[in-house]
Design a protein around this ligand. Sequence first.
Ligand SMILES: [Fe+2]
Length: 384
Amino acid sequence: MKFEFYLPVEVIFGVGSLNRLGEVARRFGFKAILVTGRQSARKSGALEKAIDSLKRHGIKEVLVFDEVEPNPTDTTVNQLSRLIVEEKVDFIVGLGGGSALDVAKASSLVSSNEGSAWDYVNYPEGPRLIPFLNRPVICVPTTAGTGSEVNRYSVISSPVRKEKMVISHSLNYPKAAIVDPELTVSMSRKLTAVTGVDAFMHALEAFTNRVEDTFADHLAITALSIIKEWLPIALEEPENLKARAQMSYAATLAGIAIDRKRVALIHGMEHPVSAHYPHVAHGEGLAALAPAVTEFNYRGNPEKYKVVAEVLGCGSEPHRAVDCVVRFLEKVGLLITLKDLGVEKEKLERLAEDVYLLARGLFLINPVEPSIEDIYKLYEKAYG
Ligand SMILES: [Fe+2]
């Protein structure tokens, strides 16, 4: 057994916990900026509730930056960072799905240090950042999937480079996460499915990759069994708060698991897809790739895939994990191909090259180390 654990994020979990936002925030200053997407937090009433809670606890000024797009870009992070500096904002609140949270976190790093967002992609840990100047971030997720509220990652796209990369740094953790399952009730069926599948893939990839971490394995396998049971219920009964709470809990566990263990080839192959096709939701891209990649991977770590098969209820043979993943995707309406998502066949070669150039860090921890030919073949298979 082997594990390391350090999570510098205060996590407040529970139905109604959004009301605690002001109480948590007051220690960070008087002037806040609330970072969110263009519509959903306003429409659901979450934005108003968040501002109310902040004001009730003595936060004097709350600016709203509501221009975060799906698959957010470095341009957005830079724009927000400039605003934060100009307005002398004390702290940042991210309210929304993974995009809003990732942008909120990255804007703290960029606005508190030198350079622009892309400088921090693949940025090594080291003394060049000035940690005590980083503005505090509070993350309030309104989906159950990303886990961004409890980890060090921000996924950022560059439309110019057509690349989607990860800022991964110990200074990119939020200070606090307020996880209120009630906020996820207003998600559409499709958003519930694609974000739930993202959490599922975090759990699956963290559990099966080659990083040794017993503690994170427990979190991941627990998350997997919860999602298998409760995502179908959340889809059928969107108002079922118990199902929503289970999904928020599982997404949190999986978010911590990938903080420790990272992900693997399904994520490594998805990022180029949504970098070249920004209309593709991250969870859809993962769903299209997962059956082929799981088929490729299970031989590399049969003991782990045996557990996956058992937990997902498909018997105890490692290869049965593949059937289980397919069955799960079918059940949540996401048994899809890259072709269904509008990916062009002639683009597959470029996607494979991108994985090889940009995501090689994941190759050694993937259950089976792939070659560029393997990756191309996997894209072909997932294309349908
Ligand atoms: Fe993900």
